[in-house]
Design a protein around this ligand. Structure first.
Ligand code: HEC
Length: 143
């Protein structure tokens, strides 16, 4: 008598299924055990009022940067959030912000296209903007 699902066949199916399963899991990146740590950390920062020292940075950010980077640097359809792990000081130092504003950025991290050089913003403005963005990043627990 022939059983068409012999034990050995069952084993093969199980093996195949687990390959697909574990293969899918490793797409989460190197740190598969805590995918949460890899995802953008965007936390509402309304809870804490913005200290006065960052108000000028906020105003400049809203004039020059928020149309792409979004209110409170949370991102829009035109640009990425700057309140994001990849823009913390060790990955993108303050100089990267000055350079981005002065020369623009060739698209490399995202699919929004290039960032143009920002007309009318001076390095002193960008220094204020950096202070503001770093404050937002700290509120979000990014560094
Ligand atoms: C017209 C849209 C637009 C405006 C306005 C804009 N950005 Fe960007 N910015 C982008 C895009 C898109 C990227 C992502 C490029 C990429 O794919 O890496 C970016 C990336 C950046 C980066 C990352 C640079 C790097 O080295 O990877 C910084 C920092 C930055 N922007 C700061 C600013 C600041 C500060 C302002 C305001 C003075 C500003 N941006 C205004 C679109 C914009």
């Amino acid at each position: 008598m022939k059983t068409w699902l012999r034990p050995s066949t069952n084993k093969t199916i199980l093996l195949l299924a687990s390959c697909v399963f574990f293969g899918g899991c490793s797409d989460n990146g190197s740190n598969a055990q805590s995918p949460v740590a890899e995802s953008p950390t965007i936390v509402a920062s309304e809870e804490k009022p913005l200290p006065n020292e960052f108000k000028e940075g906020e105003a400049k950010f809203n004039s020059f940067c928020s149309r792409c980077h979004g209110a409170q640097a949370r991102g829009t359809n035109n640009g990425p959030p700057l309140v994001h792990k990849i823009y913390e000081p060790n990955h993108h130092a303050d100089m990267a912000f000055q350079r981005a504003a002065a020369r623009g950025v060739k698209s490399h991290h995202w699919k929004f296209g290039n960032m143009p050089k920002i007309e009318g913003v001076v390095p002193e403005d960008v220094t204020h903007i950096i202070g503001y963005v770093r404050w937002l990043q700290r509120q979000a627990g990014i560094f």
